[in-house]
Ligand binder design. Structure first.
Ligand SMILES: [Mg+2]
Ligand SMILES: [Zn+2]
Length: 214
């Protein structure tokens, strides 16, 4: 199966950044970042404070994201290819389902399984609803996408596709990793093998014809 990050992977831009920049106060995150880095504040706490400043209706939030996120080339073709070959395709995200489902719906892919957090957007400020990821991950000590992958993978071989720090832990649970941007840098610095990618056409080409069951 293919397990795929959303922000910066399926989309060209990070949808959470888009919303904070347009409707919120990015200075909140900047002020808290030293505490996050030092471990005095959790990423989740800092994100909650940041999104409390995002004042926008849900309708305007999803419209803004759909208009500005940009879809990485070959994504819909990659999903169609996976389905035609009987490979599962799931989206694992630290972003918000309400945004992800709208973007995917606009691509005719509203039926793709999505595991993510949620956010209630209001003009008075927005509230994140964290998804249940069980105990903190034993590797990264955070509520981690590795938990979601473990729940859905069964005995399938897993191809993971991602771009960021939140993918680092889950990617290493996969059999094949496609990485770009920060994720590629992190994996390289740790000596973890991965395949670089720029778009989903490359991934389809790289994975086909299906490799033999060595
Ligand atoms: Mg990402
Ligand atoms: Zn983890």
């Amino acid at each position: 199966m293919i397990a795929c990050d959303f922000d910066g992977t399926i989309t060209e831009r990070d949808t959470l950044n888009l919303l904070v920049r347009e409707f919120g106060d990015g200075a909140v995150w900047d002020a808290m970042e030293p505490d996050v880095r030092a471990g005095r504040t959790s990423v989740e706490h800092a994100m909650q404070a940041e999104f409390a400043t995002v004042r926008v209706s849900e309708a305007d939030a999803v419209r803004w994201v759909r208009e500005h996120a940009g879809i990485r080339a070959g994504f819909t073709e990659c999903v169609a290819w996976a389905r035609a070959h009987g490979h599962g395709f799931v989206v694992l995200s630290n972003g918000f389902g309400v945004l992800i489902r709208d973007v995917l719906g606009g691509l005719g892919l509203g039926d793709l399984p999505v595991h993510s957090h949620e956010c209630a957007f209001t003009p008075e400020g927005s509230a994140i609803a964290w998804t249940e990821r069980g105990e903190p991950c034993p590797l990264c000590s955070r509520p981690c996408k590795r938990h979601d992958l473990a729940r859905v993978r069964g005995d399938a071989r897993v191809v993971y596709v991602g771009d960021g720090i939140s993918d680092l832990c889950v990617a290493q649970a996969a059999d094949i990793i496609y990485a770009r941007a920060d994720l590629a840098d992190y994996l390289k610095s740790r000596g973890v093998p991965f395949r670089p990618f720029r778009d989903f056409h490359q991934i389809v080409t790289d994975l086909s014809p299906p490799t033999d069951a060595a």
